[in-house]
Design a protein around this ligand. Structure first.
Ligand code: TGC
Ligand code: FAD
Length: 409
């Protein structure tokens, strides 16, 4: 006799145990290679980032030397092919972002900016000479890149940028303007700067990307101080005063806003995964704390209100991970549309922030000190919520996708 419906619903025959840290067994959705890579990055974060990141955050620094360590692990430009890059799948890149951000959003930011915002445009839109000049050193972490799109008066609407590039009689480019909130700006060797061209010139005012060596005359990158979020990350202004660049400093293969927006697709995808790491770290810290903290003669994990918080957090982390893996599979299959990337960035960052805030409440007074990781993640996530397109902008991208009506202005 074949299996009956009664047999199939025999609960006694089903596994009973679940892993509180991977409740839906999302690991089973990963290949052996992906699990190995994920575990390698997780170990690196445990050994090299977690013991020190609290101090980096308190001091407001991100040690430049970490770049070479990221490079030797193959994390820089890891989903790009050739030129010293690891050439992994997009999902593998995403999983690395999850682990890095479980350490600190600053570590994931460094890797995102280097790989997705600085190396990607050179790889996708650069000349062969530009690729040879920059990519191998950047993959190794010997050279650092940054990405200058945002300006003091041009954030969510980067098409309104004022930084401009004009050609002089010698054929050189002259760049003038200022960029704001630029990750890695003060430690970069090369800045990918987006600028409008002369409306009367051959580019007819289109935005073009320029590779600006940071030791060129007229370029400076002062640090932005007094941040209370993403403190273990370098954030800078870029100032360009009559910066003279040779004719071949422009990225030849792209013109218009498609250039910078294509880079954002890569980085936003990484954030969809990365934010899950920050959320997971907060959930794990809160679970551990609640099992050990005793009030009214019992662990606070025993109170129904605490269990509700823990369960909500766990469910959110699992949903976010499932979403990230799904987006990763779509990206690897070449079917991921840009509004779907916005779905991931918007929803997973919002979720991560909710988890972090809930975790902070479980830690009570200990939740407000950097002795524990939670408030560091919570504060970092405020930046992640804003950069790479604010939550509102991604909401409007989704609104446009489902109604066909753009509501940006
Ligand atoms: P729109 O008129 O819609 O389009 C202009 C041109 O761009 C093309 N395009 C895209 N191409 C590729 N990927 C995308 N996602 C694209 N979105 C648009 C579009 O096809 C068009 O091409 P063409 O050839 O027809 O001209 O553009 P818009 O100006 O109306 O933009 C709308 C909006 C609001 C979606 C856009 O401005 C936006 O995304 N704003 C948010 C800005 C933002 O995300 N900035 C991030 C700065 S970098 C950063 O934050 C790094 S954080 C670093 C870290 O991790 O530490
Ligand atoms: P604004 O655009 O002024 O927005 C302010 C508020 O208005 C937000 O809530 C926004 O959602 C809302 N708003 C704006 N327009 C609309 C609208 N149409 N409808 C509804 N609401 C709207 N940029 C780079 O180029 N490179 C980097 O490396 C980089 N790194 C960063 C690192 C950090 C730590 C931070 C905080 C930012 C970084 N940024 C970087 C800048 C980031 O991308 C911008 O901060 C972001 O795009 C938002 O721009 P804004 O801060 O000027 O805010």
């Amino acid at each position: 006799m074949g299996p009956s419906i009664a047999n199939m619903t025999d609960h006694a025959a089903l596994p009973q145990a679940v892993d509180p840290l991977d409740f839906l067994a999302t690991d089973s959705l990963l290949s052996e290679t992906e699990v190995m890579l994920r575990d390698t990055v997780r170990q690196f974060v445990r050994n090299r980032i977690l013991p020190e990141v609290g101090e980096w955050f308190d001091q407001g620094i991100f040690p430049k030397e970490m770049a070479k360590e990221f490079g030797s692990l193959g994390l820089l430009g890891m989903h790009l092919e050739g030129y010293g890059c690891a050439g992994t799948s997009a999902t593998a890149y995403g999983l690395a972002c999850t682990e890095l951000e479980a350490g600190d959003s600053g570590a994931r930011s460094f890797v995102s900016v280097q790989g997705s915002l600085a190396m990607f445009p050179i790889h996708a839109f650069g000349s062969e000479d530009q690729k040879q000049q920059w990519l191998p050193g950047m993959a190794a972490g010997e050279l650092i890149g940054c990405f200058g799109l945002t300006e003091p008066d041009s954030g969510s609407d980067p098409s309104s940028m004022r930084t401009n590039a004009r050609k002089d009689a010698s054929g050189d480019w002259i760049l003038n303007g200022a960029k704001m909130w630029i990750t890695n700006g003060s430690i970069a060797d090369v800045a990918v700067v987006w600028a409008t061209t002369d409306p009367e010139g051959p580019d007819k005012g289109a935005v073009r990307g320029f590779l600006v060596p940071t030791d060129v005359a007229g370029f400076s990158a002062p640090l932005i101080h007094r941040k209370v979020s993403l403190r273990a990350s370098v954030t800078s202004e870029l100032i360009l005063q009559d910066v003279r660049l040779p004719a071949d400093a422009v990225l030849p293969e792209v013109s218009g806003m498609r250039g910078p927006f294509s880079c954002l697709n890569e980085a936003r995808f990484g954030i969809s995964f990365g934010s899950v790491g920050a959320a997971r770290a907060c959930y794990e810290a809160a679970l551990d704390y609640s099992l050990n903290r005793v009030q009214f003669n019992q662990p606070i994990a025993g109170f129904q209100l605490t269990q509700k918080k823990l369960v909500d957090m766990m469910v959110k982390v699992q949903h976010a991970m499932l979403l990230a893996i799904h987006l990763g599979r779509m990206k690897d299959a070449g079917t991921l549309a840009t509004p779907q990337i916005s779905f991931g960035k918007m929803d997973n960052v919002r979720t991560a922030l909710e988890v972090a805030r809930e975790a902070r409440s479980i830690l009570g007074a200990n939740g407000i000190t950097t002795e524990y990781p939670v408030i560091r993640h919570m504060n970092n996530l405020e930046s992640v919520y804003t950069y790479e397109g604010t939550n509102e902008i991604h909401t409007l991208i989704l609104g446009n996708a489902i109604t066909g009506i753009a509501a940006f202005s």
